[in-house]
Write a protein that binds this ligand. Structure first.
Ligand SMILES: Cc1cc2nc3c(=O)[nH]c(=O)nc-3n(C[C@H](O)[C@H](O)[C@H](O)COP(=O)(O)O)c2cc1C
Length: 211
């Protein structure tokens, strides 16, 4: 089990700047993410934020059905948010295999960190009935946006990926039948880092009068 460093909570980019800076970027250098960067990304996704074990992202009934896995050059890991650890499930670098399940979208394999969101559909359906799928997709969206904004804030690049074959990806990850992959989010060092945005530039064009 790998204990991640404490997430850094003193980023220098404001929320508004992260929102302004976020873009789906699909060009990564081969440089791996540091443990500190992985820590911050996973904390933003599902970190515990109070004594009642509530998290950074909202969840219907606080049931938190979405699990996180990460694929790096060192293998496939499961994330446990309660103690902020990674447990290695497979020592093989599965990123090239993930690419194969995702219409050959090569940039996924270039990213230092590939975060996979998944859920146990059968359990969720038992809990929430016909609303289960809607809740899961909505919750995945909350988590994904947290990842993208944190990546932007750290000067990293990310892109959402949902164009993949569910069954093939499930097999690559070694998930049992009930565990369904929902979202794949490659995060890496951008090949062409962009300058931090000036908040007002360009926005002036869209928003000319005071709100
Ligand atoms: C549900 C969803 C699925 C997506 N799937 C993919 C994908 O499989 N591959 C990809 O390159 N981009 C994917 N995208 C990213 C979109 O192409 C991107 O968000 C869009 O072009 C707008 O650009 P922006 O994210 O930079 O604002 C996906 C986005 C969403 C919200």
């Amino acid at each position: 089990m790998l204990h991640l460093p404490k997430p850094a909570l003193d980023g220098t980019m404001s929320l508004e700047e992260s929102l302004r800076y976020r873009r789906s970027v699909r060009d990564f250098t081969p440089e791996p993410l540091s443990p500190q960067e992985i820590s911050s990304i996973l904390w933003a996704a599902q970190g515990v934020t109070d004594d009642a074990n509530y998290r950074t992202a909202p969840s219907a009934g606080a049931r938190y059905p979405i699990k996180l896995h990460v694929a790096t050059q060192d293998g496939l890991f499961a994330y446990a948010n309660h103690n902020h650890t990674l447990t290695r499930l497979n020592p093989v670098d599965v990123r090239p295999m993930i690419v194969e399940t995702a219409l050959g979208q090569k940039f996924i394999g270039d990213a230092g960190l590939v975060v996979i969101l998944s859920a146990n559909l059968a359990e969720s359906i038992q809990l929430h009935g016909e609303k289960a799928m809607r809740y899961i997709y909505l919750e995945a969206g909350h988590i994904a946006q947290n990842i993208h904004l944190e990546a932007a804030s750290l000067g990293l690049a990310s892109s959402p990926v949902a164009a993949f074959d569910e069954a093939s990806l499930q097999a690559v990850l070694g998930f049992p039948e009930a565990w369904v992959p929902i979202y794949v989010i490659p995060v890496g060092h951008p090949t062409h880092p962009r300058p931090k945005p000036a908040l007002s530039r360009q926005l002036d064009v869209c928003y000319q009068s005071p709100l």
